[in-house]
Design a protein around this ligand. Structure first.
Ligand code: TRP
Length: 364
């Protein structure tokens, strides 16, 4: 790996080249496991494209052995379709029998994004937890906590984790450091590893589904795990998902409403956004018919691929016809717009009750 090149978990850039992450950053391809994961659209379509040590998790799933799934949410804005994708991953693991841990990274939001703790709490409950429930996550079985508001064994463990970790290895992974970064990183390591403490279920394989930008944390945490021998921690596994493109073709951002469809957008508003989305089609109908379009950059085609069209054969056909120029941009957008609107309508009918439950769960 070129030492000048790093993944910055707090950076603003997206990834274009996922192959490179596998070739140069030591993530592994999921291809060898594909046949075991065919019930999951995200694995099947290579949207979850890479992993570390996922074999342990598959083994646990196959043989119904205990495993934990742990991930964190960054409460910093609207809950959008990109977040829904992660929620779908969490729900899949819960159905496979994982003991699910989810933390609200309110400390990290405060330290790295300057969001107040009370604002972070509100966003975590109203945007994330409520939508998780409405999407089908059984929150009553989830270990859920705020980084700033949890339990003694977690804090005791976190405070010991800076031991046997060097400044130089952190610099090598993150580049420039600050007290805030160091605190966020150690806290995230505690988030990921503490489910293996006796108080939280003991040592067992743990998978962390994250975006590829979080890999630096995974690498450091895997290294740290073995140094605290008194706990017999198993180095955590991880899966990495691609990022859904933003509506305008760039990054999807929770702070820019034009770049995303939020789960609270009205169906009408969402339809409008879809119709205005970045198109990979020809500039004119004639040109599109003649030269075809590019479904790889066409937002409507991509959103169908990311899950709004569940039938693989239909997605393949849509991509083929779009490339051939026999399927028009307007037609694909209309297809997606209707699917998104129908999803939002059904989802939003469940939201008020889900919010009530979210508030109740977080209160206790
Ligand atoms: N750093 C993550 C983010 O920016 C949030 C997070 C906190 C997290 N703790 C975690 C993710 C543990 C995975 C596992 O979104």
């Amino acid at each position: 790996m070129n030492t000048q090149e790093r993944i910055d978990p707090w950076g603003s850039e997206g990834f274009g080249d996922y192959e490179k992450l596998i070739a140069e950053f030591g993530m592994e391809s999921l291809s060898p496991f594909k046949k075991d994961l065919s019930d999951n659209l995200l694995f099947r379509r290579n949207i979850i494209f890479g992993h570390r040590d996922f074999g342990k998790i598959l083994d646990a799933i196959k043989h119904k052995k205990p495993y934990a799934m742990m991930t964190g949410l960054m409460p910093s804005g609207k809950f959008h379709l990109g977040h829904k994708m992660v929620a779908d991953e969490i729900i899949w693991h819960q159905k496979k029998g994982a003991d699910v841990f989810v933390c609200a990274a309110d400390l990290e939001a405060y330290l790295m994004r300057d969001i107040t703790l009370s604002e972070a709490k509100k966003i975590a409950v109203e945007e994330y937890v409520a939508n998780y429930i409405a999407l089908g996550l059984d929150m009553r079985k989830v270990h859920f906590w705020f980084q700033t508001d949890y339990e003694t064994p977690y804090y005791r463990f976190r405070d010991t984790l800076s031991h046997r970790t060097t400044f130089n290895e952190m610099k090598a992974i993150y580049g420039t450091l600050s007290p805030e970064k160091i605190f966020s990183v150690i806290t995230q390591a505690a988030d990921i590893l503490h489910p293996q403490l006796p108080e939280y279920g003991g040592p067992r394989p743990t998978v962390v589904p994250v975006g590829a930008d979080q890999d630096p944390h995974i690498r450091l945490t895997r290294d740290i795990a073995g140094r605290h021998k008194e706990h017999s921690l198993i180095p955590p596994s991880a899966t990495y998902h691609k990022f859904m493109p933003g509506l305008l073709g760039g990054k999807m951002s929770s702070s820019n409403p034009k770049s995303h469809i939020a789960l609270t957008d009205s169906p009408k508003e969402a339809k409008k956004k879809v119709l205005a989305a970045f198109s990979g089609g020809g500039v004119t109908v004639e040109e599109h018919k003649k030269n075809g379009g590019n479904p790889e950059v066409d937002v409507a085609c991509q959103y169908l691929f990311y899950g709004f069209e569940e039938d693989d054969r239909k997605v393949i056909k849509i991509f083929e016809d779009y490339r051939a120029g026999t399927l028009m941009t307007g037609e694909v957008k209309k297809l997606l717009a209707d699917k998104v609107a129908a999803f939002l309508e059904a989802h939003q009918a469940k939201y008020p009750e889900a919010l009530r439950e979210a508030k109740e769960i977080v209160k206790k």
